[in-house]
Design a protein around this ligand. Structure first.
Ligand SMILES: NC(=O)c1ccc[n+]([C@@H]2O[C@H](COP(=O)([O-])OP(=O)(O)OC[C@H]3O[C@@H](n4cnc5c(N)ncnc54)[C@H](OP(=O)(O)O)[C@@H]3O)[C@@H](O)[C@H]2O)c1
Length: 342
């Protein structure tokens, strides 16, 4: 049951992901999904009934004008994030935006400028970042458990057959790079703590959007990352982080099943397996659970000024991810190295 001071969230758009988000955050006492909005009032009312939300609005503007709403969860198609985040911030709402935060770094910068001007919080939703496995990963990296990071491989892909999905609409910010590549690049940004200086990428296209993209990211300190993403493969999601003193493997899942797959595999030595020690990786089990719940509670803590506050991407990280994606898009078009313009 939400507490009296619970953050009152409004959902902008009857999006598929909003169904899962609302179900995920329902157990929280820190927030309450108080209203939903759709461009169509009948759809808004039906959506509110379906997902068990008390109030609905027949326009996005009406939700932003609702005085009983403190913050907006923004699951619109990628190409609409910037416009509606800025409108929500200007209406005095805090914003939890679905990833990718925007479709370009320039848009992301304008969004964070709007948040600063309005004195409201804007954050990008990457549920895996709120998971204990990612918090532990950050701790291990901060303690230099695997030495100096030299190489990262991060991938995320799945099969999307429905070409009517918004991910196949270039005008709305579709494509694998923005949808899935944003995850892989965000993990690389989290690990390196830096924006790459230049990138080289290749894409395969279908129905006007990239369905598979691979890229090499080069950092000022000489470390390298390889990222790949696809909407045309079996589901896969894996990252290897390799230092000069060891390695870490993670699935960086958004919602690792409770009592199931949440874990990090950590090798704390640069040596290779031998007859004496055939398996050098130690498996560290960590708590799983719903990433929307953890992420939304972290957002509620941020807005309320409670500790530990926001555990997800900082504005700088979100902007760096978009700058990297911008450069990868450009490189895939030019088939050449492209400097990342931060
Ligand atoms: N974190 C995650 O795990 C995760 C997973 C999936 C998706 N996402 C992100 O969530 C966002 C939404 O993805 P989704 O798959 O849920 O999208 P979706 O089901 O297609 O929903 C998008 C919603 O946007 C609204 N909309 C406004 N203008 C639109 C337009 N011109 N065309 C289509 N829809 C329009 C529609 O709501 P109304 O008609 O009701 O106004 C629609 O229901 C994306 O940014 C995606 O990257 C995140």
């Amino acid at each position: 049951m939400p507490a009296q001071s619970a953050l009152r969230l409004g959902v902008l758009g009857a999006a598929n992901i909003a169904r899962l988000f609302v179900a995920g955050v329902r157990p929280s006492a820190k927030l309450e999904v108080a209203a939903v909005a759709s461009r169509d009032s009948a759809r808004a009312a039906a959506f509110a009934r379906e997902i068990g939300v008390a109030r609905s609005h027949g326009s996005y503007e009406a939700l932003l004008a609702d005085p009983e709403i403190d913050a907006i969860y923004l699951p619109l198609p990628n190409g609409l994030h910037a416009e509606w985040a800025i409108r929500a911030l200007e209406a005095g709402k805090h914003v939890l935006s679905e990833k990718p935060i925007s479709v370009t770094a320039a848009e992301a910068k304008a969004m964070f400028a709007a948040a600063r001007a309005a004195g409201r919080h804007l954050v990008e939703a990457y549920p895996y970042m709120a998971q204990p496995q990612t918090l532990l990963l950050r701790e291990l990296l901060a303690a230099r458990t695997i030495g100096k990071i030299r190489l990262i491989r991060a991938s995320f892909g799945f099969k999307l057959g429905d070409t009517g999905n918004v991910r196949f609409d270039a005008a709305l910010g579709g494509g694998a790079l923005l949808d899935a590549g944003s995850y892989a690049v965000s993990l690389v940004r989290l690990v390196t703590g830096a924006c790459p200086i230049r990138v080289m990428a290749t894409s395969q296209f279908d129905h006007g959007v990239d369905v598979t993209t691979v890229g090499t990211l080069e950092f000022a300190d000489g470390s390298l990352a390889h990222v790949s993403c696809s909407m045309a493969t079996a589901f896969h999601r894996q990252a290897s982080i390799i230092g000069d003193g060891g390695a870490i493997e993670t699935s960086y899942l958004n919602h690792p099943p409770i009592g199931g797959a949440a874990m990090l595999r950590v090798k704390r030595t640069p040596t290779s397996p031998s007859a004496d020690a055939p398996e050098l990786f130690e498996t560290i089990p960590v708590e799983g659970g719903n990433g929307f719940l953890r992420e939304a509670e972290s957002f509620a803590d941020l807005v309320a000024g409670r500790s530990p506050g926001w555990t997800g991407a900082s504005p700088e990280e979100s902007i760096d991810v978009m700058a990297t994606l911008d450069a990868m898009k450009k490189s895939a078009g030019s088939r050449d190295w492209v400097d990342v313009e931060r």
